[in-house]
Design a protein around this ligand. Structure first.
Ligand SMILES: [Ca+2]
Ligand SMILES: [Ca+2]
Length: 295
């Protein structure tokens, strides 16, 4: 500890986490893993221990250290991570995992593994350390398969449905999908399809490929003989954003919140919100709009 200041890392300890290059890595259907796969190094919160049976809770408990894309050319993943501090949740000795995944909360391919020795190291080791080398071949899988020999494959993922993959925050998505694109802000629209980058993120569409418009259909629902506006917003639960549906009777005064709207459903793929004010002689006109922002 430096006098009057914060602790300064003396040496740091780097984790090299990777899989052997040019290995056979397969999906559940026996296809080669492609660049749609990402790998994350991370820990689970508290005393949570991931099993095949509780995988619906993985994403909510997952704290990623780092993400890296699967390199389809070299047929591997490879990255490094240096804890510059042991701040929560990356405390010394915390069990560390590698989570490979592709897809969304509807369907995906996953593999999760760790070795008994894969634990967060002391960020302030007493002597200069060698980097830690963590290879997939030395790990044991929680789901998916690993053959340490690399034959007939090194890693093989399993198909999963109805479970959320690791969260992709806006900044991560921006790097992955808008790299090299100058119009990369939330309100910008580089593919000129009328859908801002932020809404492309929410909907899970490609920000550099024009896609069909009309992503948030508004319908009329009949409840006890009265008609209400209802909006269905497709959204990726693993792409966190603040979604607020506003209602109005004059396009001038907009209202939102529990006094004005009700959430009918909030699923992994869509948010459905209904107006609480019916069409009647007192409210002959009703309007609805979506306001999205970053958390
Ligand atoms: Ca767009
Ligand atoms: Ca688009």
């Amino acid at each position: 500890m430096a006098l009057g200041g914060a602790a300064i890392p003396t040496y740091g300890q780097t984790i090299l986490w990777n899989s052997d290059a040019n290995a056979v890595n397969l999906t559940s259907s026996g296809q080669a893993m492609d660049s749609g796969f990402s790998y994350e190094l991370g820990v689970f919160s508290g005393t949570f221990v991931p099993t095949n049976d509780n995988k619906a809770s993985w994403a909510a408990n997952w704290q990623a250290c780092k993400r890296t894309p699967y390199e389809s050319v070299n047929k591997r993943f490879s990255n490094s991570f240096t804890p510059i501090n042991n701040d929560f949740p990356f405390t010394i000795g915390k069990a560390t995992y590698v989570w490979g995944f592709r897809g969304d909360a509807v369907s995906g391919e996953w593999i999760l593994f760790r070795a008994a020795s894969w634990n967060i190291p002391d960020a302030y080791p007493p002597v200069p350390p060698q980097p830690l080398e963590w290879f997939a071949k030395n790990a044991t899988s929680i789901i998916g398969s690993i053959n340490s020999s690399g034959s007939p494959f090194l890693m093989k993922s399993v198909a999963v449905t109805g479970v959320a993959p690791p969260t992709t925050p806006w900044a991560q998505w921006q790097v992955e999908t808008l790299s090299g694109e100058p119009l990369n802000g939330p309100t910008q629209d580089p593919d000129n399809d009328g859908v801002s980058n932020l809404l492309e993120f929410v909907f899970g569409t490609a920000p550099t490929m024009p896609n069909a418009a009309a992503a948030t259909p508004v319908s009329l629902v009949d409840l006890s003989g009265q008609k209400y506006l209802q909006m269905t917003i497709p959204h990726r639960i693993d792409h966190p954003a603040v979604l607020i549906v506003q209602v109005s009777s004059d396009l001038s005064q907009w209202n939102s919140g529990a006094s004005y709207t009700v959430v009918v459903a909030d699923t992994a793929t869509s948010l459905i919100v209904r107006d609480l004010t019916p069409f009647d002689s007192a409210s002959p006109k009703r309007f609805m709009r979506l306001k999205a922002s970053l958390p």
